[in-house]
Design a protein around this ligand. Structure first.
Ligand code: GLY
Ligand code: MN
Ligand code: MN
Length: 477
């Protein structure tokens, strides 16, 4: 690694030669001792074999992606593209911007080659001058040899990638992640095929992925405990939703890599705004707070969990009545998850319970069957969203899978999905009795499809209102 990554900035001044010389000398060698292969290594090998088989003779380019600018010269914390992490096994903070995985065709399949910015060693200017990549500024990266030990594949400098290209080999790539790749690699008709393949490959999770998703759920449970502990502080602060968001974030950063998506902390009627991420409202005694949050582990697998908690620790009768309806809908959703069932059947099972409940309350202006028909869906005024999506490294995982493999597809053992029914009564909804207005409830869990049903990875967090109340009392300070 060297000066190549050292970009000139307006305030840069030339480095006096004597200073540069002093900086580059007098350092004790510091090789990394005891570096272990990445934990998912054997799975990465299998995943790359499947990828190789799907694209014989074609060069594949999977970039980790560049830094993303937050403002001016401040970037967001770096997070690699999920497909890159899936095929290389990079973990947490060791992922570095601009890396590229190349699957280079050979006579029997592909060679995997990892292109990286290697360590800015002490003999370079970059280590002390480069604020984006230099070791004195942002910490140490792997040398080429260390990265090879860690990922067990050939490693090269990313600045040498252009030497590989241009030999006429058909090359397809994931684009719009890395500006340099977009410049070097012309778009190809088959690019979309690659994106689809790497998305569908993640539909069925291997054991490593399931274990990591379990760990993400367990860490998230700790985050929800922190929320209960912080409830009095949240009530006392005018922006109590931020107190709740921050309480969860503490566990996301200490137990995991980060949150897997922006936390929704929605007090009272804010719960009726589906993506309430402003989180600047108050938390009031007597109201509910809906929290949708998940810890992302260093492996980049994330939980996606929602609990709707009574701020006082006890549900009111109206809150409990609506909550029980969502609870029953979720049970129907869980029961629908099994191998061979269609993905859509989970949504239908949960929505039917919600529609029936709305009918029984006298608010649904048609029969349940009519409402469940494709041309009506009147219950959706209060249910607003589907109840499931795939979960993995991305909170909405496998997003580029073909419709027939996912939305119109069939569940199979090893898939991980959410079951997350909700009911949202807007504060100005005159179709509902006043006592229910402004109540929004969602219960969201993460399940893995098993041989004959499903297992709830987030079951450590209670869902039944009695159990929620007991759990809150236990963790309140
Ligand atoms: N947290 C986003 C979702 O539940 O889909
Ligand atoms: Mn979800
Ligand atoms: Mn969610």
């Amino acid at each position: 690694m060297s000066e190549e990554t050292t970009k000139k900035r307006p305030h840069d001044v030339p480095t006096p030669a004597a200073f540069a010389e002093l900086m580059k000398s007098g350092w004790i060698p510091t090789p990394l001792e005891g570096l272990k292969p990445t934990p998912p290594l054997k799975y990465c090998v299998t995943r790359r074999e499947a990828l190789s088989k799907a694209f014989p003779g074609v060069r594949l380019i999977i970039p980790a992606g560049n830094y993303k600018v937050r403002s001016n010269d401040s970037d967001y914390a770096y997070r690699p593209h999920s497909a890159f992490a899936y095929y290389t096994g990079v973990q947490g903070v060791e992922a570095t911007a601009d890396s590229v995985l190349v699957m280079q065709p050979n006579s029997s399949g592909h060679d995997a080659i990892l292109y990286i910015h290697p360590r800015s060693t002490r003999d370079t200017d970059a280590f002390f001058r480069d604020a984006k990549y230099g070791e004195l500024w942002v910490g140490r990266r792997f040398t080429l040899a260390e990265a090879k030990d860690r990922y067990q594949i050939e490693t090269r400098r990313v600045i040498d990638l252009k030497d590989l290209l241009g030999d006429g080999t058909t090359t397809i790539a994931i684009h719009e992640q890395d500006a340099e790749i977009d410049k070097l690699v012309t778009k190809h008709d088959r690019d979309a095929e690659l994106l689809t393949f790497v998305s569908e490959a993640r539909l069925i999770k291997d054991q490593y992925e399931i274990d990591e998703l379990q760990a993400a759920c367990d860490a998230s449970e700790l985050g929800f405990q922190e929320i209960v502990k912080a409830m009095p502080a949240a009530v006392a602060h005018p922006r109590g939703e931020r107190v709740i968001e921050a309480a969860f974030f503490t566990k996301a950063r200490t137990e995991g890599n980060d949150v897997g998506y922006t936390t929704i902390a929605a007090g009272g009627a804010h719960a009726c705004v589906l993506h309430w991420i402003r989180n600047d409202g108050a938390i009031k005694d007597g109201e509910l707070v809906l929290v949708d949050a998940g810890v992302e582990m260093d492996s980049f697998y994330t939980a996606d969990i929602t609990r709707t908690l009574p701020v006082s620790g006890k549900f009111s009768p109206a809150q409990r009545a609506l909550y029980m309806l969502v609870y029953e809908a979720q049970l129907a959703g869980f029961a629908a998850v099994k191998p061979g069932a269609t993905f859509r059947s989970v949504n239908i099972a949960a929505q039917r319970v919600l529609a029936q409940g709305l009918f029984d309350m006298g608010v649904l202006p048609c029969s349940v069957e009519e409402s469940m028909g494709p041309d009506m869906g009147l219950h959706r005024r209060w249910t607003l969203h589907g109840v499931s999506h795939m979960l993995g490294m991305d909170v909405h995982d496998c997003q580029h899978a073909r419709q027939e493999a996912y939305l119109d597809g069939v569940l199979a053992e090893g898939m991980v999905l959410t079951v997350e029914p909700g009911l949202y009564i807007q504060p100005d909804d005159e179709l509902f009795p006043a006592e229910y207005r402004g109540i929004g409830i969602r219960i969201e869990d993460d399940v893995v499809v098993t041989k004959d049903g499903c297992r709830n990875l987030s079951e450590a967090l209670p869902r039944h209102p009695d159990e929620v109340e007991a759990w809150m009392a236990k963790h309140a300070q």
